[in-house]
Design a binder for this molecule. Sequence first.
Ligand code: 2IP
Ligand code: CA
Length: 379
Amino acid sequence: MADLLRLLLRVAEKAANVARVCRQEAPLFQLLVQEKTGDDKNKKFVQDFKTLADVVIQEMIRHDVGAQFPEMVGFIHGEESNKFENGLGENVIVTVCSTEEETAALLATVLDGDHTAASLLARAIHQDPATIQAETDGLTVPLSPSELGIWIDPIDATSQYIEGREEVLEEGRLSPSGLHCALVLIGVYLRSTGEPVMGVINQPFNHKDPTGGSWKGKHFWGVSYGGTNACSISPPKGGAGGRRGLSVVLSSSEKPVVKEALASLCGPGKLAYASGAGFKVLCVIQGLTDVYVLSEGSTFKWDSCAPHALLRALGGGVVDLTKSLRSARGAPAHETELTYHQPSAECKGADRWANRGGLVAYRDCSQLSSVIGALKDKL
Ligand code: 2IP
Ligand code: CA
């Protein structure tokens, strides 16, 4: 497990590099942002480029993990399909080839022959990332790769990534939107039960290097299985809300009835809104807020798996909101914690992997109970 964790930290850092390169290198950045002014055909092409950046990152992770752990091939899933239709209506399977030149040539076919952009992207994909320091020595978990599956979200909060507003993060303060909300999420689950056992989160745009002005990232990881719980960050101080009162983060598009019920539970100034599903869970992990509530089925397994594993390592979790409300109303008890191994049979396409009942992400069980109690008669 420690080997897998080290590999995931490395590939997440490579993914973060690709995300940074797409904003730093002018020919790629142009492709990312010209959507606003382009005509329809151009819009379609740029839309494709955003998807391409995601697909390339996902395939790179799949390639590197599959190379070191062949037992995991076939169990590495992500948001995107690698069957890619370019702006000219041609179908191309995007993969990472064995050499940078081959990858560049393949990418050029989906980038309308733009060899400059294709070469820049290929270089970032094949580059070795900076060494990631992680205190993983002595971490032993009795699981083998053949028991595990992976969910990848190459870039969560894509809209914030594209918009690219730069914020200076303040210690201990939740900053609701901006480039820092974009995250690379890699979650590992147990194939037999679907429980999330390991998560890596890379925040490619955490702060700017004061000397060179280039963006620097930050990474977080957690492992939780059996009696072993380990996390790169320590549980936040202050325990279960106590005197400071409960704080909650929501999507700005949350239903008014949920906003109102939680506003009266938390009191003034304790309700925050932020972008990015992964980022909101990260805010709970970091103790910037206590709970993240979402009443819609608008997140997916790739959004929640990685940060869920970190929350479990800290003693918290992520539950299905609808199931939790049902059991609070007296329905027979069922497992409410989200799992990652089974699709919803009654749905099609990406919806099969949606967290359909909404969710609550928490660090502390008593805070989860307060939230469920406040919403029990409202939804
Ligand atoms: C999105 C992204 C959105 C989030 C949505 C996710 O993933 O994180 O920000 O909505 O649930 O699926 P909101 O910000 O309202 O919480 P992606 O950017 O990868 O599509
Ligand atoms: Ca996402």
